[in-house]
Design a binder for this molecule. Structure first.
Ligand SMILES: Cc1cc2nc3c(=O)[nH]c(=O)nc-3n(C[C@H](O)[C@H](O)[C@H](O)COP(=O)(O)OP(=O)(O)OC[C@H]3O[C@@H](n4cnc5c(N)ncnc54)[C@H](O)[C@@H]3O)c2cc1C
Length: 238
């Protein structure tokens, strides 16, 4: 049984026009053990009626951290509408950890991460974890975003690149005239994976993003002869 406990919202940062990063700290200071890739349930509670709205969020912070970071797209739904008005000091409730999408930091080997939009979040948790350890990772990653301004967590990615643990390609699916994007465009497919990750068959592949993204990339990897056992996926949204 996983406990639901009160957490205080410590900070809210507007990361892109519609994505916010929320940091929550537990009131009792207790740290939760989890593996990067796992998610938490975040609950808003009406103080007067006790009514609750809870949703799942991948944990963006490191398992070493004594707080939870969540990176959330504001879609004006039931919980995200509450979060739009959230202020430091507000109390929310969190239970964690959940999920089978675990990126074992100590498993070694070569990794491929394919991220669609906020699907980057579980991978950031792993990268933040390695910042505070001696682990050396070999990650190839392709991030798919609609517009250049949607790129998240640049600092963490740049640091991983500097440490030569990450080779990153970013593709923009809806390039606009005047957005100054000179890089890769279009959706990730088998050809794009071959171009940026020629050693894909040696890697364990992790995919995270919307359902259509995950299904398309599972099919692409399978068409490239990648064994299903080497493909792990998490999806949310449409
Ligand atoms: C394991 C897991 C991990 C998740 N991690 C994250 C995360 O790290 N960050 C994050 O932002 N979300 C994440 N989600 C999604 C999150 O749980 C919520 O579904 C989301 O925040 C919407 O909640 P809501 O109550 O505001 O919307 P609701 O009131 O529940 O409304 C949801 C409805 O909005 C529509 N919708 C859903 N997604 C989108 C979208 N992206 N754009 C437009 N319309 C949409 C759909 O029609 C859906 O029926 C995760 C989900 C799962 C299952």
């Amino acid at each position: 049984m996983i406990n639901k406990k009160p957490y205080v919202l410590e900070s809210v940062v507007k990361t892109t026009p519609d994505v916010f990063t929320f940091r929550f700290r537990s009131q009792d200071g207790e740290k939760v053990d989890f593996t990067p890739g796992m998610f938490a349930m975040l609950y808003w509670r009406n103080k007067d009626t006790g009514e609750e709205i809870g949703r799942s969020y991948s944990i963006a912070s490191s398992p070493n951290a004594d707080y939870f970071d969540f990176i959330i797209t504001m879609i004006h739904g039931m919980l995200t509408s509450k979060l739009e008005d959230a202020k430091p000091g507000d109390v929310y409730y969190i239970s964690a950890p959940y999920g089978q999408f675990k990126i074992e930091p100590n498993s070694g080997g070569k990794l491929l991460f394919l991220a669609g939009g906020t699907g980057i979040v579980p991978f950031i948790s792993l990268m933040k974890y390695t910042e505070s350890t001696d682990l050396k990772l070999d990650i190839s990653m392709i991030c798919s975003i609609r517009y250049p301004y949607e790129m998240l967590c640049r600092d963490t990615l740049d640091e991983m690149k500097e440490r030569k643990e990450l080779r990153l390609a970013v593709t923009v699916t809806r390039p606009q005239p005047g957005d100054d994007w000179t890089g890769q465009t279009g959706r990730i497919d088998a050809d794009m994976i071959k171009k940026y990750v020629p050693d894909v068959s040696e890697r364990v592949c992790y995919i995270c993003g919307p359902m259509a993204f995950v299904n398309a990339l599972k099919a692409a990897l399978t068409s490239m002869g990648i064994d299903g056992k080497s493909i792990k996926a998490e999806m949310w949204g449409e």
